[in-house]
Design a protein around this ligand. Structure first.
Ligand SMILES: O=c1ccn([C@@H]2O[C@H](COP(=O)(O)O)[C@@H](O)[C@H]2O)c(=O)[nH]1
Length: 324
C-alpha cells in the first residue's frame, strides 16, 4: 500500500474516481460520433452496437482521467461495465487501465474475483502478469492494474494466490469485508457461535492474511472493502484492523457522506480511500448545462468540467472531515 499512500499524500486527497461507464452515462452524441469509424472495423453488423459503445467508453474515460489526474491519486474501473460489451469492452478496460497508469494514477481494478486455489492462481495473473512465454522470464502485464478487489467467500486457499502474486509484483488486493449494498447484512451481520458477526470474522482473517506484508506506512498489501453506508461498523473495523487499509465505496450515489467515512481513517488521517463512481462520472447530467444540440466535443467538455468539479467538491469535503 505504500505507493497508494504516497499518491494520496501527494495530492492530499483520499478519494478515488470510479470509472463505471454505462450507455446512460455517456452523452448520446459522443456514442453517435463513432458510428462511421466503427462500421469499417467490425467483422459483422451485429458487432456494431457493442463496438461503438466500447470506443465511446474509452473516449469518455480518457476525458475524465485527463480532467482529474492532477487532483486524485487513483481510479477504480469496474470491470463489469466493460465485460457487459464482450471482448471489445474488455479491450477498453485494459486500455483505460493503461492510460490511467500512464497519467501517473494508481489503478484499482474492481474485478471481485474469488475461487478455489488453482483457479484463484489464474485470476491472480491480473497482478503478476503472464511470464510463461517470455524467454527472459519477464512478465507481460496485459491488465495494468496496481490492485484488484477479491471475494473472500472461499476462504484462505482462495486468497493466498492473490497475496503471493501481489507480493511478487509489488501490488495490493482489497478483500470484501462489509459491503455497501442494501442486502449486505443478510450474510455479513449473522452471529457466529463465538459471539462475532460474520464480517468481524472476515475482518480478522483479512488482518491475518496481510500480516507478513506490512509496508513502511504500517499497512499491509491486503486491504479491506468497507462501505460508506456503514459508518458505525466502519469505525469499529478501523480499531479492529490497525494494519489494513480500507477501500470505501458507497459515497455519493449510495448516500454515504464525508462525515460517514471520517471514522474509517486513522488518527493521522490515513488508512482509507473513498470511492465515488456515478457521483463523478455522471455529474454532467446534474449540471443543468447539458443540451441535446451540443456537439460531441462540447458534450465531452461538459463531462470534463462537471467531473472535475465533483471530484474537487468530494476532495474538499473529505479534507474537512478527515484532515481535521
Ligand atoms: O461494497 C461495495 C463494493 C464495491 N462497490 C463498487 O463501487 C462502485 C460504486 O459506485 P457508485 O456509483 O459510486 O455507487 C461500483 O463499482 C460498485 O460495484 C460498491 O459500491 N460497494
Amino acid at each position: 500500500m505504500d505507493r497508494l499512500i504516497e499518491a494520496i499524500n501527494n495530492v492530499q486527497n483520499p478519494s478515488v474516481v470510479g470509472l463505471d461507464p454505462t450507455e446512460a452515462l455517456v452523452p448520446p452524441q459522443v456514442v453517435a460520433s463513432f458510428a462511421d469509424e466503427v462500421r469499417d472495423s467490425v467483422d459483422s453488423p451485429e458487432e456494431l452496437p457493442a463496438a461503438q459503445l466500447a470506443v465511446a467508453y474509452f473516449e469518455f474515460n480518457r476525458t475524465i482521467i485527463d480532467a482529474v489526474a492532477d487532483i486524485v491519486p487513483a481510479v477504480k474501473p469496474q470491470i463489469a461495465m466493460y465485460e457487459a460489451l464482450g471482448p471489445a469492452g474488455v479491450d477498453v478496460y485494459t486500455m483505460t487501465c493503461e492510460y490511467a497508469a500512464q497519467q501517473g494514477l494508481y489503478v484499482l481494478g474492481d474485478v471481485k474475483r474469488g475461487d478455489i486455489g488453482s483457479t484463484a492462481a489464474a485470476y491472480a495473473h491480473h497482478l503478476n502478469g503472464v511470464s510463461a512465454a517470455a524467454e527472459d522470464g519477464t512478465a507481460f502485464d496485459p491488465w495494468h492494474e496496481d490492485a484488484v478487489t477479491v471475494n473472500p467467500y472461499l476462504g484462505t486457499d482462495g486468497i493466498t494466490p492473490f497475496v503471493q502474486a501481489a507480493t511478487e509484483a509489488d501490488k495490493d488486493i482489497f478483500v470484501l469485508v462489509r459491503t455497501s449494498n442494501p442486502s449486505s447484512s443478510e450474510l455479513q451481520m449473522l452471529d457466529l457461535a463465538d459471539g462475532k458477526k460474520v464480517y468481524e470474522h472476515v475482518a480478522d482473517l483479512v488482518e491475518g492474511w496481510g500480516a507478513e506484508t506490512i509496508g513502511e506506512h504500517g499497512y499491509s498489501r491486503v486491504g479491506a472493502v468497507v462501505g460508506a453506508t456503514h459508518p458505525e461498523e466502519g469505525r469499529a473495523l478501523r480499531a479492529r484492523m490497525p494494519h489494513t487499509f480500507f477501500l470505501v465505496p458507497g459515497y455519493g450515489a449510495q448516500g454515504g457522506t464525508a462525515q460517514d467515512v471520517a471514522g474509517m481513517f486513522d488518527a493521522d488521517g490515513s488508512g482509507a480511500l473513498v470511492n465515488s463512481s456515478r457521483g463523478i462520472i455522471g455529474a454532467w447530467k446534474k449540471s443543468g448545462k447539458y443540451s441535446e444540440s451540443m456537439s460531441a466535443d462540447e458534450a465531452l467538455d461538459l463531462v470534463a468540467e462537471s467531473a472535475r468539479q465533483a471530484a474537487l467538491d468530494m476532495r474538499d469535503a473529505l479534507r474537512i472531515a478527515v484532515y481535521r
